[in-house]
Every structure is written in C-alpha cells, then in structure tokens.
Design a protein. Structure first.
Length: 287
C-alpha cells in the first residue's frame, strides 16, 4: 500500500526554476550595458524614468484597449510559467502509468479509484476517472482531445497578449522619442542643451525596442514552448490511460509510450525516472 501511495503522488508538479530565462535576460542586459560602457558611455545615460514611464504605461494602455480584461488577467497569471517549469517529466508520468497498468491487470481497473484520488494533475485524474467509470474508449479519447485543444487555444491567446505588447512597445518608444525632440526644439539657442536633449529623447526608443525584444516577445515564445510541452504531456496521458482501460500488457504500453520520452523539439530526455520506466514494465509477464 505504501508503494501505491508513493506512486500516486509522483505526478505532483514540482516547479523548477527556468535557469535559461534568467541567464538569458542577464546576458542580454550585460551585453548591452557592457557595449555602452566600452563605447565610453555611462549606465546613467539610459536611466530615464520619464522615458520608462512613457513606454511602459503607453504599451500597457494599448494592450488594455486591444485585449479583453479576462484574457489580460489570465495572461498576467501565466507570467510565472515563464520563470518556472511546472510540467512533470514524461518519463516520470510514464513510470506512473505503467504502475497503474500492472495494478489494473492484477486487481482490475476499478482498483485504481483510490490511486486516482491521489493524483494532483487534474487532466490525469479526469482521464483515469472516465476510464474507471467505464466510458467507451473512443468517447474518452474524443473528450480528452477536445480538452487538450481548448487548453491550447486558451494558452495561445494568452501568449498572443505578450506578442501584441511586443508589437506596440517599439512604436510607443518612437512616440516618446518624438515627445523628447519636441522639447529639444524649444531650446535651439543652446546647442549644449540640444545635444543632451536629443540623447535623452532617444532613450525612449531604446526602452521600447528593448522591452519588446528582450522581454515581451521572448515571453510569448516561451509560453508557446510551454504549451507544446503541456500538450505533449497530456497526449501521453491519454494514450497511457486508454492502454490501461484496454487491459494492455504494461510492456506493450511501454513500447506504445516510448515515442513520448523524447521532449517535443528536443533530444531524448536524460531523466533519472527513465530507468524507472523500464524497470516498472519488465517484471510484467503475460500469463
């Protein structure tokens, strides 16, 4: 029983810090500021709170006009998904599915009802619940694939919010630069103030382009990558649960799910749980 309890909790999401996001931001900022310093400039040259206010507030306002409030709030809640990866590894979930398959062959699929309650992932819990309830497998697949499709649409719309903001930011930066130049034109009699004013005016353009290309557009692309991985994870669950409901031998389920152990768009996983996948299925013998 203790073994089952441990396996039932293995799908709990353990948020992992996305080191690449932080490292990428730090590298980009360090490279830009480093280049500025090497050219004889100073960090203070690009620290203009008025330019920042124009770009950030202007971009936020444009996005609010474009985006429905509910979608905007949903997109803001997804910011944490850029910084933290909460999707369990496919190898870990495959090992969990194989444990369930072995138990279902020994004591029947209804015995998984207690294990189902321990699952923290709502998609996994719903798919297994429908299988335990005896839903027709074609209907089960249609229901779960529809849920995957709807989740993808929502996530794509949320990612689009950041892409939209990334499109507005550079233009707002140009507006800020023009506003600065208007002020410069009032002091053409003082060439020193003109030179300083022009330099300050173009900071808004830097902020707009930087905000778009270093923050907003990368955030949108990262959310799309998370979306692809989440869909990959859910498809694995659907195939595994259907295999369990069919009474398939765990070894055959392992072969069926083998393709999912390579993350979408990347190399094969190097996950400690990969060993558990094979060991979980090999002892199973068809009688």
């Amino acid at each position: 029983m203790a073994k089952n309890s441990a396996s039932g909790s293995s799908t709990r999401s353990s948020a992992k810090l996305d080191v690449g996001t932080f490292a990428g931001i730090l590298l980009a900022v360090a490279g830009i500021l480093g280049g500025l310093l090497l050219e004889g400039g100073k960090a203070a040259d690009v620290l203009q709170y008025t330019a920042a206010m124009i770009v950030v507030a202007g971009t936020a306002g444009a996005v609010m006009v474009t985006t429905p409030p509910a979608l905007l709030l949903a997109a803001l809640k997804r910011v944490k998904d850029v910084l933290w990866d909460t999707t369990p590894s496919t190898a870990t979930v495959t090992a969990q599915l194989l444990e369930f398959a072995k138990q279902a062959r020994r004591t029947g699929i209804v015995s998984l009802e207690n294990e189902m309650e321990r699952l923290s992932d709502p998609f996994f819990r719903k798919a297994l619940s429908l299988a335990v309830d005896g839903m027709d497998l074609q209907d089960l697949r249609r229901v779960m694939e529809l849920e995957i499709e709807l989740a993808e649409r929502r996530a794509e719309a949320e990612a689009k919010v950041f892409e939209t903001a990334g499109g507005y930011a550079p233009t707002i930066g140009i507006i800020g630069a023009v506003l600065g130049l208007i002020q410069v034109m009032k002091h053409l009699d003082d060439i020193e103030r003109v030179g300083h004013g022009i330099a300050v005016a173009f900071v808004a353009t830097v902020y707009g382009v930087g905000l778009a290309n270093l923050v907003l557009l990368p955030m949108g692309n990262k959310l799309k990558a998370r979306l692809e991985r989440a869909a990959h994870f859910k498809e694995l669950i659907v195939e595994g649960v259907i295999g369990i409901a069919e009474g398939m031998n765990p070894k055959l389920i392992e072969i069926k799910l083998e393709a999912f152990l390579g993350e979408p768009g990347g190399a094969r996983q190097k996950d400690p749980a990969r060993a558990a996948v094979s060991s979980a299925a090999r002892p199973a013998v068809v009688r």
